[in-house]
Ligand binder design. Structure first.
Ligand SMILES: C[S@@+](CC[C@H](N)C(=O)[O-])C[C@H]1O[C@@H](n2cnc3c(N)ncnc32)[C@H](O)[C@@H]1O
Length: 270
């Protein structure tokens, strides 16, 4: 078994699946653990656990939801399961990198389930968020999530190949968790990852295809002193090697995870 989709151990996943089967909330009071379980509920739990183990389906696809920055996000195999450490940065309202009060416009590149765009809209109540994705199927899932959070007025979903459909629009912050897995790493991923859309993971031979496009065009879409924040995960080393001249700031996270860099518009232009 591999635990890389929001949990890091079997106990938490088993708890999520069993609580889901018993129709109890994920944060159910432990006092309820002593309750008797009907045969039907026990069967539902057994089925979910069996599918998790035999088919190696990530738990979030079995329960149909996960949590991101305190928000319940519905997921299915049309979208990557949200797990970006960028959630923590958004919860901190991008401190200390920008004055959140001056943020009016944010762009989320490769929005998938819409998790980053939704978290930004909640953390920055005066900001408007454009959330783009090349996958119309992912955008359908994102649309449902945006609607459930009642954020349709401030989160605009755009079908676009990177910045292609944006015209000359500019933003205070561009956030991206693009595909960044290279061919060799992709072939070696545990079976759980094969249930996720290939489009959400694969980024050419060395995993740099999408990051390269973002680095080339982001400055055109940033306001003065605007920020570009990109997750590249394990591809961090390849990114450092490919662009030795760029003064990347690699962010640190209290809750773990890494491989996220930050650059300003001015640094990108230089
Ligand atoms: C790693 S997933 C991130 C999803 C979501 N932002 C998250 O953090 O969970 C990358 C997303 O980028 C999208 N994508 C892939 N190629 C793209 C492209 N050329 N233009 C725009 N989006 C793209 C994929 O469809 C996928 O939803």
């Amino acid at each position: 078994m591999f635990f890389g989709h929001g949990t890091d151990n079997a106990y938490d996943e088993a708890a999520a699946l069993v609580l889901h089967a018993l129709r109890l909330p994920a944060a159910a009071n432990r006092a309820r653990y002593g309750r008797r379980v009907s045969r039907a509920a026990a069967q539902r739990a057994q089925q979910l656990l069996t599918r998790r183990i035999r088919e190696r389906i990530p738990a979030a696809y079995l329960t149909g939801a996960t949590w991101f920055a305190g928000v319940r996000i519905a997921v299915d195999p049309r979208v990557l399961i949200p797990r970006s450490p960028i959630a923590e940065l958004i919860e901190r309202r991008f401190a200390p990198w920008i004055d959140a009060a001056r943020v009016r416009r944010v762009l989320d590149v490769g929005t998938g389930s819409g998790c980053i765009a939704i978290a930004c809209a909640r953390a920055l109540p005066r900001a408007h968020i454009d959330a783009l994705d090349i996958s119309s199927q992912a955008l359908e899932v994102a649309r449902g999530n945006v609607r459930r959070q009642r954020l349709a007025r401030r989160v605009r979903l755009i079908e676009s190949d990177h910045f292609g459909a944006l015209g000359a629009a500019t933003y205070d912050i561009i956030v991206a968790n693009p595909p960044y897995v290279g061919v060799r790493e992709l072939a070696g991923l545990p079976p759980e990852y094969r249930h996720e859309p290939r489009l959400a993971l694969a980024a050419g031979r060395s995993g740099l295809d999408s990051v390269r496009i973002i680095l080339t065009h982001a400055a055109q879409h940033l306001e003065p002193r605007g920020l570009l924040i990109v997750e590249v995960g394990n591809t961090e080393r390849a990114v450092r090697r490919a662009w030795p001249q760029l003064p990347f700031v690699w962010l640190e996270f209290e809750r773990g995870g890494g491989g996220v860099f930050l650059l300003t518009r001015e640094q990108l232009q230089e």
